[in-house]
Design a protein around this ligand. Structure first.
Ligand SMILES: C[S@@+](CC[C@H](N)C(=O)[O-])C[C@H]1O[C@@H](n2cnc3c(N)ncnc32)[C@H](O)[C@@H]1O
Length: 491
């Protein structure tokens, strides 16, 4: 048996799109020089040349891919670990070089057999071939390297059971070659549906529910939606689970508002899963890769679920953002509130506030909290959550955080602490320049993308602030993503 099989590696099954990379744009982090050995085979197809080569991995990129040197170029190879020697294929097409791991010849002690049997096909997780210690070390080194201009981050807070953590999942449906209905996830960066019955980072109940829906589809004559032809009905199933409350929301994302037999469908689903507390239909009839569409209809229950986080209760709508790993979120929020150093009198801005979680938790120690959020359903949830928890000193507004802060700065208003938690793209100059004008004593910056966080913190540092401390949190075990919270104070 070859080494790749021992390691559970299934070569040659991936979508080609996944590997497409400009060799000139490759990350240089942690890479040393080492020369790839001469090619073993060469094939030419049109302008495309495929080469098999033996290479040695010298480091990892921020995306967890192995760095190798070949023919004077630095290339990335998925699922390859530092120190490993492997056989890879390289396909060159113009300036592009695609790589694929074929066989690990000398394996690293950090390599393990992925627990998930879909790992090499799916791409939703990127680090399952590393043991827990190696994942931790990789995330710490990545964040340490990125944050170097601002100091040394604290040791990352990891999770005891790094599986089953996602409280939100969405599944897509399609037909296999035999025209049987299948469900699963798209391979990363592609629309190739990977049929699966379990995702090990999802809540197990969520996977049971969509499996039931898949099995019900045939008897209800419900066809999966086909994005190429625009035909079919069921596009996705979104499941949200309240990990503490046990409440479960199921959203049937459909291509048309005409849902024949919906009452019987809902009845049958509830019979199979009495634990479901609400069912919604969301109509997405656009040619889009976005999961949810504009129209929403509650088919059963109250249309939201409630969950408990840091001792407070939160209503969550289908379209509202809610952190996907509540165990780690409690650690993250505790750190963010500690960094805010509230004494009971401060005016706190909770920017990009979602359903108001951080702001409402902070309100217990603050003078007043002002939350701002773009998504109107999330703002409605935040206002309801404020009432539900008896909070009297918090107000929530719908709007763009940048515009909101510019207006505050123009009115000469005051803020002592700004807590900001923008999406992956980070914040913008309108927001950051207004923060600089408002001059809060401290800024707590929560980020799920340290790359954009670095960019924004650089702006703040150039404009009178300094980074006092940083705490990375592993919110997304098995994946390359890292959450980081930074304490930033006026110089
Ligand atoms: C990473 S989430 C954080 C939400 C919340 N702080 C939490 O911990 O649950 C980012 C939020 O920013 C919102 N958002 C995105 N762009 C925005 C903008 N320009 N202005 C205000 N909110 C925005 C999103 O709708 C989302 O709720």
């Amino acid at each position: 048996m070859n080494k790749s099989k021992q390691n559970g590696h299934k070569p040659g099954k991936k979508s080609k799109k996944k590997h497409e990379k400009k060799s000139s744009a490759l990350t240089t982090k942690k890479g040393n020089k080492s020369q790839g050995k001469p090619s073993i085979t060469k094939k030419r197809q049109g302008n495309k040349k495929t080469i098999t080569a033996e290479v040695t991995c010298t480091g990892l990129t921020n995306e967890g891919k192995g760095i190798v040197q070949w023919d004077g170029k630095q290339l990335e190879v998925e699922h390859l670990l530092p120190g490993e020697t492997a056989e890879i294929t390289l396909s060159t097409s113009g300036r592009y070089v695609n790589t694929e791991l074929k066989r690990v010849i000398a394996s690293s002690k950090d390599r393990i057999k992925p627990v998930c049997s879909y790992y090499y096909d799916c791409g939703g997780c990127q680090l399952q071939h590393m043991n827990e210690q190696a994942q931790k070390r990789f995330k710490q080194e990545t964040i340490d390297e990125l944050m170097k201009p601002f100091g040394k981050p604290e040791p990352i807070l990891t999770m005891d059971h790094p599986y089953d953590y996602r409280n939100k999942s969405h599944t897509t449906f399609g037909l296999n070659k035999e025209r049987q209905i299948i469900g699963g996830l798209y391979a990363q960066n592609s629309h190739q549906l990977i049929s699966m019955d379990r995702c090990l980072i999802h809540d197990p109940k969520a996977d049971e529910i969509w499996q039931t829906i898949k099995d019900m589809m045939k008897s209800f004559k419900m066809q999966p939606y086909n994005e190429d032809t625009g035909r079919g009905f069921l596009r996705h199933v979104l499941v949200k689970v309240g990990k503490v409350s046990g409440e479960i929301m199921v959203v049937l994302v459909v291509a048309s508002p005409i849902f024949k037999g919906k009452n019987n469908f809902v009845k049958a689903l509830r019979k199979a899963h009495p634990e479901i507390t609400t069912i919604l239909m969301n109509v997405n009839n656009r040619d889009t890769s976005m999961v949810l569409g504009g129209q929403e209809k509650v088919l059963f229950g109250k249309g939201t679920i409630t969950d408990t986080l840091c001792g407070m209760k939160f209503d969550i709508s289908a379209k509202s953002f809610y952190q996907i790993n509540p165990v780690q979120t409690e650690k993250l929020y505790a750190k963010a509130i500690e960094m805010a150093q509230l004494t009971g009198s401060e005016t706190v801005i909770d920017a990009y506030c979602g359903i108001g979680t951080i702001g409402l938790i902070a309100s217990q120690k603050a003078g007043k909290v002002i939350g701002v959020e773009l998504n109107k359903d999330a703002v409605r949830d935040a206002i309801r959550n404020s009432k539900r928890n008896g909070v009297k000193n918090a107000r929530f507004y719908q709007g763009d955080s940048g515009e909101f802060m510019m207006e505050m700065a123009a009115r000469g208003e005051k803020a002592d602490v700004v807590i900001m938690d923008p999406p992956r793209s980070g914040s913008d100059e309108a927001f950051l320049s207004s923060v600089v004008k408002l001059k809060p004593e401290r800024i707590v910056y929560v980020s799920c993308n340290p790359v954009t966080q670095v960019r924004d913190m650089r702006y703040l540092v150039q404009n009178g602030y300094k980074v006092k401390g940083m705490q990375p949190v592993d919110m997304f075990p098995q994946t390359v993503h890292v959450e980081n919270v930074a304490e930033i104070v006026l110089k």
